[in-house]
Design a protein around this ligand. Structure first.
Ligand code: SIN
Length: 283
């Protein structure tokens, strides 16, 4: 845990997450500020900021302090800012983006570190985002199951989510995502990963992108994956973030899952997301 921080870091209710107060992200951050935010992210899995009415350029400048930007090939980008993905739901739309537990980019050979999501327009109520802590989910497994999972690997894919046969193409978010022909990525990662910064063991499968265990059929994999998904989504491993305009969530994809709630029909929700490159994962 971070001691003597110049920021006011307040852990949120639930298993993970902390609000960071006393920082103005419209101003350049010095190295010690970056180090403190990086440490808080490692300690809490996701960090939140309030009242950051920053420009797209300031959003990009903040993100670049944590690594190169990963340009998402499936999301529409913000007009004039190809490095900022747009997460938009209009009042007349029913389906949303990210409405299920997942971790972004697990289908990549080198999954992204995480994302910095900024709320531009939020509904008067609803549209919260939930996060789940994959280190606590792993810790709570029995020693027997931990030993079984230890040497296992899982296959992750983008094809069924963003490809030509993806479910979203049947919904009204068609048009908000694209480039189905680029959904060719499959990657194999350990089921239990050693987090590159905290050193903690984390469960690294998710119900959106993991398709099977390596060397197992999808049918053979399904019962154990189902157990792990239900286990990791238990309320005691989660927290829930209520957005306001100018709020930011910066999450670590290796340590967390997230879930965008779709309970605000008839309202607009508009978010800007920048994703940061990660490092190779190992057990
Ligand atoms: C996402 O899954 O990246 C979007 C999360 C959100 O809109 O809350």
């Amino acid at each position: 845990m971070l001691r003597n921080s110049r920021f006011d870091i307040r852990p949120t209710n639930g298993a993970l997450g902390a609000e960071i107060h006393g920082v103005d992200l419209s101003q350049p951050l010095d190295d010690s500020g970056v180090g403190e935010i990086r440490q808080a992210l490692s300690d809490h899995g996701v960090v939140f900021f309030r009242e950051q009415n920053i420009t797209p350029e300031q959003h990009i400048a903040f993100a670049e302090r944590f690594g190169p930007i990963n340009v998402n090939r499936f999301f529409r980008h913000v007009e004039g800012h190809p490095r900022i993905a747009e997460v938009r739901k209009e009042p007349e739309q029913k389906a949303n983006i990210g409405g299920g537990w997942h971790t972004d980019h697990s289908y990549d050979q080198i999954p992204a570190l995480g994302s910095i999501l900024l709320a531009r327009e939020v509904p008067p109520r609803g549209g919260d985002t939930m996060f789940a802590c994959m280190a606590q989910a792993y810790d709570a497994l029995s020693d027997g199951l931990k030993a079984t999972l230890e040497g296992m690997r899982a296959v992750h894919s983008s094809r069924h989510v963003f490809g030509a046969t993806a479910n979203y193409l049947q919904t009204d978010i068609k048009g908000r995502l694209g480039n189905t022909e680029l959904a060719t990525q499959d990657a194999i990662h350990p089921v239990v990963v050693r987090h590159p910064e905290s050193g903690r063991k984390v469960l690294y499968v998710n119900s959106s992108f993991t398709v099977r265990f390596d060397g197992w059929t999808a049918q053979e994999s399904a019962p154990l994956l189902k157990f792990l998904y239900e286990h990791a989504a238990r309320p005691e491993f989660t927290t829930r973030f209520v957005w306001r305009e100018g709020s930011i969530a910066f999450w670590d994809n290796r340590a967390t899952w997230h879930y965008a709630l779709n309970d605000y029909q008839g309202e607009r929700r508009l978010m800007h997301r920048i994703t940061i490159e990660g490092v190779p994962l190992s057990a």
